[in-house]
Design a binder for this molecule. Structure first.
Ligand code: CS2
Length: 497
């Protein structure tokens, strides 16, 4: 039996405290949210919070999910009436929740007009986004909109059939204004610093280019709250599908896997109504940026270090890498000595301890290669902002420099056991070319050449000879001795107790 509305009654009969299914009337849901970027993260995070408000009786918040590129999620979920299971796992317990909040899915390249139609529906009050870092078509270092990005250039020419999230948002806001409707709230849920402010600046830059009056209206009436989102969501495997089918008693073509932990901090400034997400555990605040910064630099910063250093050693998953004492110690010292001092939130030591407990979750099978993707888009906010803060204060940067050297070594495309892997990154061609061309030259040359890539490193970091020399020294050590021995060298520097 396939998961579907028709199957819900028999699933409800089997429901337990570990298997929860929607009991409300799904036909009464209004399309209050359009979500751009219908990936596993959204389905395991924001959709779960929204499900809570639907179960509590506020039926204004059905979600229309939009895939901006691929049709696979929509094709998997449409035959099952967009129902899917969230499988929450740690080493000791497992629970399943069938989510009913997703009411439709659209594939933007197949129907840009359909997407714009959903975004201009008077019921739609929120357009949320999980489009990943590269979906913002911005320079990761400066944050400026890349007007020469193919999708942005296209959307400036063909406004009625956009391709990028920014093109869709600006066009839909123009249509709403023309129809006498207010703007929707744009809710970025990506791992970017000041994600709402960032999206606002990009939206305004695009709108100014085409219609300054519209840009003024967005500036006046629009709302782009910053958010911090956190839940670890690994890729779904065939084994996961089989387990979910057995537990649920119905086949789900694309369930999502996740951990028990979930956090969502949202700035409470919306252009119109919003779901009472706080009743589902979200934290509504005046300023989400300190939370965002701490999460990006600590959780995501540690993740990227584990991804590159762990992959090079030959590990496959986060829990394997964090179980290696040398790796754990490295990441712990990096966070404690070089990241936490750059942050303003209190109680970071206990936050760090909680992160390591989450990373040790053996039931998640969270692949390092999944995290290793798109380093050029991720590292500026995950590592380089901490580096800059430390350089400014004359504070240590040794471990962040080591992690960066690890990334450069990772770009060679093979680990220390000889296994090869592909570099998945929008700048892959340029990065691998630099690394290949400088492989046999002095490590300082390799680092200097890489630091010339301004969209990642800006133009300030290459002007710090001490930092360049640090990265180069660690890169030379990693190349000569391997990660673990090179890490040992760090102890001789007496950096860590
Ligand atoms: C990860 C994040 O893939 C990655 O880059 O660091 O997706 C991470 O799992 C989430 O941000 C956790 O909230």
């Amino acid at each position: 039996m396939r998961l579907s509305n028709a199957a819900l009654a028999s699933l409800a009969a089997r429901a337990t405290s570990e298997v929860v299914v929607p009991a409300y009337d799904r036909t009464s849901l209004a399309p209050g949210i359009v979500h751009l970027g219908l990936g596993a993260f959204h389905r395991a995070h924001q959709a779960v919070y929204t499900e809570h408000t639907l179960r509590a009786g506020d039926h204004r918040w059905g979600i229309v999910g939009v895939s901006l590129r691929r049709a696979d999620t929509s094709e998997a979920l449409t035959p099952q009436d967009h129902l899917y299971a969230v499988d929450v796992r740690d080493g000791t317990a497992e629970s399943f929740q069938v989510i009913g909040a997703l009411i439709a899915s659209l594939v933007a390249p197949q129907s840009p007009a359909g997407v714009l139609h959903a975004m201009t529906d008077p019921c739609c009050h929120i357009v949320s986004l999980t489009i990943t870092e590269k979906g913002y078509c911005r320079s990761p270092a400066s944050g400026a909109l890349q007007f020469d990005h193919p999708d942005i250039a296209h959307d400036l020419r063909e406004a009625a059939a956009p391709r990028s999230a920014i093109g869709f948002v600006v066009r839909a806001l123009a249509l709403r204004r023309a129809a006498g409707l207010g703007p929707f709230t744009v809710l970025s849920c990506d791992n970017l610093p000041s994600n709402g402010d960032t999206m606002r600046a990009l939206t305004l830059a695009f709108a100014r280019q085409t219609d300054p009056v519209l840009a003024d209206w967005i500036e006046r009436e629009g709302a782009f709250p910053n958010t911090m989102v956190d839940r670890i969501v690994p890729l779904t495997t065939e084994a996961d599908r089989a387990r979910v089918a057995k537990q649920l008693g119905a086949d789900d073509a694309w369930p999502v896997m996740t951990e028990p932990f979930s956090q969502w901090v949202i700035e409470d400034r919306f252009a119109g109504p919003r779901p009472a997400w706080e009743r589902a555990g979200a934290t509504l605040v005046g300023d989400a940026r300190p939370y965002e910064q701490a999460k990006l630099r600590m959780l995501n910063g540690a993740h990227s270090a584990l991804a590159y250093l762990g992959s090079l050693i030959g590990y496959d998953t986060v829990d394997q890498a964090i179980s290696a004492p040398a790796v754990l110690n490295f990441v712990e010292c990096m966070l404690r000595d070089e990241v936490e001092p750059t942050l303003s939130l209190p109680a970071l030591a206990s936050y760090r301890a909680e992160l390591f407990t989450r990373f040790r979750n053996t039931a998640l099978d969270h692949r390092l290669q999944q995290i290793a993707t798109d380093g050029s888009q991720k590292l500026p906010q995950r590592w380089l902002e901490s580096v800059r803060a430390n350089l400014k204060r004359g504070a240590p940067t040794e471990r962040l420099a080591f992690a960066l050297a690890g990334w450069i070594a990772y770009l060679s495309g093979h680990d220390e056991t000889g296994r090869t892997y592909a570099i998945a990154d929008p700048l892959a061609a340029r990065l691998t070319e630099v690394v290949r061309a400088t492989l046999h030259s002095d490590a300082v040359d390799a680092v200097r050449t890489l630091f010339e890539i301004e969209s990642i490193f800006g133009c300030d970091l290459r002007a710090h000879p001490r930092f360049v020399a640090q990265v180069a020294r660690h890169l030379a050590a990693i190349r000569a001795q391997g990660i673990v021995k090179a890490m040992d060298g760090l102890y001789r520097l007496r950096l860590c107790a």
